[in-house]
Design a protein around this ligand. Structure first.
Ligand code: KG4
Ligand code: ZN
Length: 336
């Protein structure tokens, strides 16, 4: 089975061909990060325009690299939700046109389900059910992966996502967008015990997250130091912030796994590239004898292979769309 996956929900135009669910035959990613960096974040209108310009080239390259033609494909999978609506529409419209002209099935894929699927690409033997922490720029979710296409959200953020917290704190510290990776690099030479940062609790929701208080605390700390003319060691602050985010994510995920009886835990999403999050969750799972899975670093960020992989499982489950498929900016995983 050969599936083409198309991703355009944010600032990466990506396409990939995946064989038999888990074998990546090609993966092409055209990133717009340099252009959005000037504005300190993704500018939706610019993102949509660049997707329009890049999508044909990216998809053609993915087919060429995999040495397949459109006629060899068994389906065309596309991210239809959630994300920037104008950006999603480019991928959805392109995939629809391709599916209609070739007569191939059109397969709708939820972006977070795609992130979860990166672990199938990294681990040939991973099978549901398991518990997955998905942390990215837009989402922080603890998800029960009941089977390849059914999910139950057991924890979510009430405000900022973990990646957003990394990026906004990084910005206040003077790092370029997206700042998560710069915090990660700076943290390598910092002391994680230098700053005591808050671990905000969410009253009444045991497995939910809240990162806005932590973000505000870091921003206030930087402003106060600036006003007083004192120096803050950025490496120490980065290390303290990273350790705090890693502890919060790990603590809730482990608590959810124990409460729900999961001994198999996975990590996914852009923030799964973070050294501290990887090490802390991995160690906590090892301590309890849980199986632990996390994607290779090159699969953590947005890519087409995750959409092709999840698209393969959707097709096997009979999840296909017709030409009425629309892009959706916000959609819970439980409504797919
Ligand atoms: O999954 P993703 O590529 O896009 C969304 O679906 O949101 O995630 C992007 C997020 C950004 O917030 C970025 O700063 C963060 O992932 N990120 C990291 C690291 N690499 C990417 N955060 C912390 N440490 C990293 N090494
Ligand atoms: Zn993503």
């Amino acid at each position: 089975m050969l599936i083409l996956g198309i991703e355009s929900s944010c600032d990466e135009t990506a396409a990939s061909v995946v064989k038999d669910c888990r074998e990546i035959r090609s993966s092409v990613i055209s990133t717009q990060i340099e252009e959005h960096r000037k504005y300190g974040g993704v500018v939706p209108e610019i993102a949509s325009r660049r997707h329009c310009e890049n999508i044909l080239g990216v998809v053609s390259q993915a087919l060429d690299d995999a040495q397949v033609n459109l006629s060899d494909l068994d389906g065309i999978a596309v991210t239809y939700a959630p994300g920037l609506i104008g950006a999603l529409l480019v991928g959805v419209s392109f995939a629809k046109a391709l599916a209609m002209s070739s007569g191939k099935p059109l397969i709708p894929v939820h972006h977070i389900a795609g992130h979860i699927a990166t672990n199938y690409l990294s681990f040939g033997d991973l099978e549901p059910p398991y518990l997955c922490l998905v942390a990215s720029g837009g989402h922080s979710h603890i998800i029960e992966v009941l089977n390849y296409t059914k999910f139950r959200v057991v924890g979510r953020t009430h405000d900022d996502a973990a990646g957003e917290c990394f990026d906004k704190c990084a910005r206040a510290m003077g790092f370029p967008y997206p700042g998560g990776v710069h915090i990660d690099n700076a943290a390598q030479s910092g002391n994680k015990n230098a700053f005591k940062l808050p671990h905000p609790a969410v009253a009444g929701s045991e497995f939910d997250f809240s990162f806005s208080g932590l973000k505000t605390n870091v921003i206030n700390l930087l402003h106060n130091a600036e006003q007083k003319g004192t120096d803050i060691n950025k490496n120490d602050l980065a290390a303290s912030l990273q350790a705090t985010i890693a502890d919060i994510l790990t603590d809730k995920t482990i608590r959810a796994a124990e409460a729900l009886g999961y001994k198999k835990v996975a990590l996914a999403g852009g923030v799964s590239a973070n050294t501290g999050v990887r090490a802390t969750l991995s160690a906590a799972c090892k301590e309890r004898g849980f199986e632990f899975y996390m994607p290779e670093k090159n699969l953590c960020g947005d890519n087409g292979a995750m959409i092709a992989c999840q698209g393969s499982y959707n097709l096997l489950a009979g999840i296909i769309a017709d030409e009425s498929l629309n892009a959706v900016a916000t959609l819970s995983m439980e409504d797919i």
